[in-house]
Write a protein that binds this ligand. Structure first.
Ligand SMILES: Cc1cc2nc3c(=O)[nH]c(=O)nc-3n(C[C@H](O)[C@H](O)[C@H](O)COP(=O)(O)O)c2cc1C
Length: 364
């Protein structure tokens, strides 16, 4: 069943064995202090190594880029050693693995920054919440404060952090890096006119607002190679307090910029899984025209949603989030038409093995 999803694909320099990908999923189980990937995370990723491509949970590129409790980083040697064990295990199982590079920007809290305000494109009040560590060590929801605007002369440092993260990802054995420019985080805060009121050449029209994302991508390419770098965008919808329902022209602008650079892939996060409208066919066609390389799509995918889009050439792979979280052997279940386990929302974020590595395999 669903042969098209189970066929191999090339993503830049990397060949993958099927088009059922693990979507990036923040699970907040890294080891503190140091935000270090651990053996529990190794088990989780290894269990899902039959994905064509494992995309890791978002990993902050610097302490400044952190906005949630116990998310892993990719800026220290200790973190590289932790990730190395994970990439080795996934490779040994015949899988391929990309790391998602993350700077949360304003989706953060002063408790992660010694009392200082999180940073963003502009110092605009906005409404959103994040997850901090409560006094009992357990996850606790908290309002995000108003951020401060990054000064123009701070941007080269942020770009350099992405470049360092790319070098460390390569050293840690990843096959690819995915720049997270979606879901209302720092790069998206620069992309959207709603959150970016800058007048310094990093705001204004499409090209100005896209400038930081493009310079970040160029830095990652320079640190490794265009055929090892992809980008995730969510050009429509409302994510993390950022209403970017008018983001379609920016999505198409970015797709053309990425095509010009011959990036390994474009990862499209669609808005319907968080209550947004379904993407229309016209946008998909225009995105495909703008970006002829591999398009990965995510957002409430089922094999039934993916099949016609693959057949029409509008997407090349689908990333599955909640269904892969609850079904470590999702590709086998898709192949055989087996029923799916149901995800348990209460264990998505934080905690231990429960709701993380204890979902049953077929026949298990
Ligand atoms: C628990 C959870 C954590 C997530 N973490 C991330 C993340 O770290 N990076 C990201 O780009 N998207 C993240 N997402 C979005 C997913 O990658 C995916 O786009 C979304 O879940 C829609 O796919 P689905 O309907 O198959 O679950 C997360 C989603 C969930 C449910």
């Amino acid at each position: 069943m669903h042969e098209a999803l189970l066929r191999p694909l090339s993503l830049g320099a990397v060949d993958v064995r099927n088009r059922v990908f693990l979507a990036p999923l923040t699970r907040m189980r890294a080891t503190a202090p140091g935000d270090v990937p651990n053996d529990l995370m190794l088990d989780y990723y290894l269990q899902r190594a039959t994905a064509g491509l494992v995309v890791t949970e978002a990993a902050q590129i610097s302490p400044q880029g952190k906005g949630y409790m116990d998310t892993p980083g990719i800026y220290s040697e200790e973190q590289v050693a932790g990730w190395r064990r994970i990439t080795d295990a996934v490779h040994e199982a015949g899988g391929r693995i990309a790391i998602q590079l993350w700077h949360v920007g304003r989706v953060s809290h002063e408790s992660f920054h010694e009392g200082a305000a999180p940073v963003s494109a502009s110092a605009l009040p906005y409404r959103n919440r994040t997850t901090i560590k409560g006094e009992d060590g357990r996850p606790q929801r908290a309002d995000c404060p108003t951020p401060r605007a990054l000064a123009t002369d701070e941007l080269p440092g942020v770009i350099a952090d992405y470049a360092r993260a790319t070098r460390l990802a390569r050293e840690a054995g990843f096959d690819l890096v995915e720049v997270h420019a979606a879901h209302g985080y720092l790069l998206h805060q620069f992309l959207s006119a709603e959150s970016n009121h800058r007048t310094d050449g990093y705001g204004g029209g499409l090209a100005g607002r896209a400038r930081l994302t493009c310079e970040v991508v160029d830095a990652c390419v320079a640190a490794w190679s265009a055929d090892r770098v992809g980008v995730r965008i969510s050009p429509q919808g409302v994510f993390n307090g950022l209403d970017d329902t008018a983001g379609e022209p920016m999505g198409l602008h970015l797709a053309a910029e990425f095509a010009r650079r011959d990036l390994a892939f474009l990862h499209l996060s669609e808005p319907d899984w968080v209550g947004g409208a379904e993407l229309d066919e016209e946008f998909r066609k225009r995105l495909r025209e703008a970006f002829p390389g591999p398009i990965i799509a995510a957002g409430a995918y089922t094999p039934e949603k993916a099949d016609p889009l693959l057949a029409a050439g509008l997407i090349d792979a689908a990333a599955f989030g909640r269904s892969f979280l609850a079904n470590p052997d999702l590709p086998a279940r898709i192949r055989t038409g087996a029923p799916l386990n149901t995800p348990d929302k209460t264990t998505f974020y934080g905690g231990g093995a429960e709701g993380y590595t204890d979902y049953p395999f077929l026949g298990g």
